[in-house]
Design a binder for this molecule. Structure first.
Ligand code: NAD
Ligand code: GLY
Length: 368
């Protein structure tokens, strides 16, 4: 079983990757579950698919689950659900030394992590990620957050999990579209720093999406290792290294905002399109060969994902999209850093990109 250490100073932990980890939950948590009742936060869809496995694993280990089951979807990352979840944890008498389990995708992981960060000034939590996106990205690195009326993920904390158990079996019940959305974050690691891994995605990405177990294990372990290397060097995103993990996210965020952050365009789908735009903009700026940028677009098209913004039928212009970018968390003294590429596997942070230039580029892409 691949075990990836995340060597963050003062808060090191492991990401364990394998099939059947939820069924062996109590053993995997190795002594961290101190009390009979174990608080588990999840959403209704995940509970329907995996609640019985977790319930039975806890029962066999001499525990009982205390469930908090939230509505599925982004709307659960709210002040209201945060307050209600913290109140529920207090009612469950969760102590600072206790571990709360987050069973779900990025929504559940982000909300539970934030609740754990503020409960009695911080209790432990264990990530049990159930989407590909959560396994390769959101469960690792300690970013936790909720959304507010002003925007997504604007309120949160850095709070590292005590352990991450990525059970590959859960991916079998994940809807194909969600799997593809998570796959965008897998490809991201290749594009930002590892041309060899992008080549692996070219060869094995389709098999991964079609359910090939060894491809899934390799992709999750490789992605988590890449993220662990970055966050251990720049946990708080202060040096610019961790910012590279936002490849495709500034363009993608504008597309998500324009489509209302809903089912019309999932986060990972927006990131895939955002990476195509970042690649083409990099080529437009002369950093990256045009052929490499088109290789990125062709990769997503080959695995059945949208690769052309024009096909979204957004009915807006480039300036409408760049206006969304002004609300980006990464805005720094009036400038917005963009993650661009010098080639596949060679991302860098560009701080001299003008939004008018981006808007003109997007006008072309919207009409492409
Ligand atoms: P999600 O948590 O909303 O899950 C997607 C859908 O899949 C939900 O309807 C859920 O009920 C369902 N689902 C989850 N696992 C399932 C399973 N195994 N079987 C069947 N259905 C299942 O979405 P997500 O894509 O996992 O996460 C998106 C969130 O993650 C966003 O809020 C984003 O901001 C956040 N995020 C955070 C980080 C971070 O570093 N903290 C990184 C990337 C994304
Ligand atoms: N998902 C981006 C980060 O963790 O920094």
């Amino acid at each position: 079983m691949p075990v990836v250490p995340v060597d963050i100073a003062g808060a090191p932990y492991e990401v364990r990757i394998g099939t059947g980890l939820l069924a062996g939950l109590v053993e995997q948590c190795s002594g961290r579950l101190r009390k009979r009742r174990v608080p588990v936060i999840t959403d209704a869809q995940v509970h329907a698919a995996w609640g019985a496995v977790v319930e039975s694993a806890l029962h066999q280990g001499g525990h009982e689950a205390a469930w908090r089951i939230l509505p599925p979807g982004e709307a659960s990352k709210s002040w209201e659900q945060l307050a209600a979840t913290v109140d529920w944890m207090l009612a469950e008498e969760v102590e600072r030394g206790d571990h709360v389990l987050a069973l779900g995708g990025g929504v559940i992981g982000d909300l539970t992590g934030f609740a754990a960060a503020v409960l009695k000034r911080g209790c432990h939590f264990i990530q049990l990620p159930t989407t590909l996106l959560a396994q390769v990205d959101s469960s690792v690195g300690g970013k936790t957050a909720i959304n507010t009326a002003a925007g997504k993920n604007l309120v949160g904390a850095f709070h590292q999990p005590a352990l991450v158990l990525a059970d590959l079996a859960v991916l079998d019940t994940l809807p194909r579209r969600e799997l593809q959305a998570g796959y965008a974050e897998v490809v991201k690691y290749g594009l930002l720093g590892d041309a060899g891994f992008f080549a692996w995605c070219d060869e094995h990405g389709q098999a991964l999406l079609d359910g090939d177990a060894s491809s899934r294990e390799y992709a999750v372990a490789h992605s988590v290792s890449a993220k662990a290397r970055i966050v251990k060097q720049d946990e708080r995103e202060t040096t610019g290294l961790r910012a590279l993990l936002n490849l495709g996210h500034t363009f993608g965020h504008a597309l998500e905002a324009q489509t209302g952050f809903g089912a019309r365009l999932l986060h990972g789908e927006a990131v895939a399109l955002g990476m195509v735009l970042a690649a083409r903009f990099s080529a437009h700026r002369g950093f990256m060969p045009h052929a490499s940028a088109e290789h990125v677009a062709a990769h997503f098209a080959a695995v059945g994902m949208a690769s052309e913004v024009a096909a979204l039928g957004l009915n807006c212009d480039g300036h409408t999209l760049t206006r969304h970018m002004l609300h980006d968390k990464k805005m720094d003294a009036g400038t917005l850093p963009f993650v661009l590429m010098k080639g596949i596997g060679e991302a860098f942070l560009a701080r001299d990109v003008g939004l008018d230039e981006v808007a003109a580029f997007l006008d072309q892409e919207l009409r492409r």
